[in-house]
Design a binder for this molecule. Structure first.
Ligand SMILES: [Fe+2]
Length: 319
């Protein structure tokens, strides 16, 4: 195994097994929160967003689909993030998996494809190593992480919502990444929706947002990848993103949205958190020259390269 480039066998699963036991959701709205990356201010804002929905009479279920740890490299912040997240439904991301029980030779467990620069991979392995040393001093948290599932199928509005971290074959798979949609992944999507029976797949892990809709065997299907809830995702936009799913459309404007099947709304919602407060803490934890500063600081304070029109597939030009 090459550290950070491949993934442990324990990350693998079969698409046909993923929706065998869907869990009914009693709440009106699901927020799927991927890639919080240890950002407590983004979590504050997400909790406020849920409260605002509840004030309008809509109950909200928070579901964390992994990588809620990453930059939270202090005892206090490590405990704080995990205690807050683990009150809710959560599945493992590769980061949380490797903190609960490090796999020999996995590095960060990101399974970075070839197009990701080797420097990024090495810095991610260094961040993971620091976090693993910290996690080892919190065995109670490690035990709570170790029992989390790798995926979960929810049932809302009569539709199966499959919550994943990576893709339907691996916890750290890149098959639902922006880059995979841009390169054309229709064949994989068809077989994954057919084999799993899911109506909606919700992913994260690969750090750029995607919203896709299509028809598989006459059945309307959708994919949402929120990119990151704890970092900016779009050009000139420092806000995080989460995936909101509900029979009711959001009361505030989403970045992008679609309706699937019997009217289930799937939207990418902005998380307008306090970036300056986070940077004050981030800079103390990850000063200049540190691996997280080199790989992520620019993105956190400036956003990524996409515009909202880039992330909705099929692209308008292909439709
Ligand atoms: Fe991940």
């Amino acid at each position: 195994m090459t550290e950070g480039r491949s993934c442990p066998l324990a990350y693998r699963y079969q698409p046909a097994s993923l929706c065998a036991d869907p869990v009914p959701v009693a709440e009106d709205v699901i927020y799927v929160i991927g890639g919080l990356y240890g950002n407590p201010f983004a979590l504050d804002e997400i909790e406020k967003m849920a409260l605002a929905e509840e004030r309008h009479g809509r109950s909200v279920k928070l579901v964390f689909n992994g990588d809620f740890n990453w930059f939270n490299a202090s005892n206090e912040l490590f405990r704080d993030i995990n205690n807050r997240v683990l009150k809710h439904t959560a599945i493992l991301g590769n980061v949380d998996f490797e903190l609960a029980a490090p796999s020999a030779g996995a590095g960060c467990g990101c399974a970075y494809p070839e197009f990701v620069d080797q420097g990024v991979v090495e810095r991610s392995n260094q961040i993971m190593s620091r976090l693993q040393n910290l996690a080892a001093t919190h065995p109670d948290i490690q035990q709570r992480l170790a029992v989390l599932p790798r995926y979960q199928c929810l049932m809302l509005g009569g539709l199966k919502v499959l919550v994943l971290h990576g893709d339907p074959e691996s916890l750290a798979g890149w098959g639902l990444a922006y880059e995979s949609f841009a390169a054309g992944n229709q064949g994989c999507l068809d077989s994954w929706f057919r084999e799993s029976g899911a109506d909606v797949m919700v992913s994260t892990h690969t750090c750029l947002p995607v919203l896709w809709s299509g028809v598989v065997q006459g059945r309307p299907c959708a994919v949402a990848n929120n990119g990151s809830s704890g970092m900016g995702n779009l050009s000139g936009d420092v806000r995080g993103l989460i995936t909101r799913i509900s029979r009711t459309a959001p009361a505030v404007e989403s970045i992008a949205g679609l309706a699937v099947g019997g009217g289930l709304h799937v939207d990418l919602m902005p998380v307008n958190y306090n970036v300056s407060a986070w940077m004050e803490q981030f800079d103390r934890l990850w000063p200049q020259g540190s691996p997280a500063e080199k790989s992520y600081r620019k993105r956190i304070v400036e956003g990524a390269s996409l515009s909202p029109g880039d992330l909705v597939f099929p692209l308008l030009s292909e439709a």
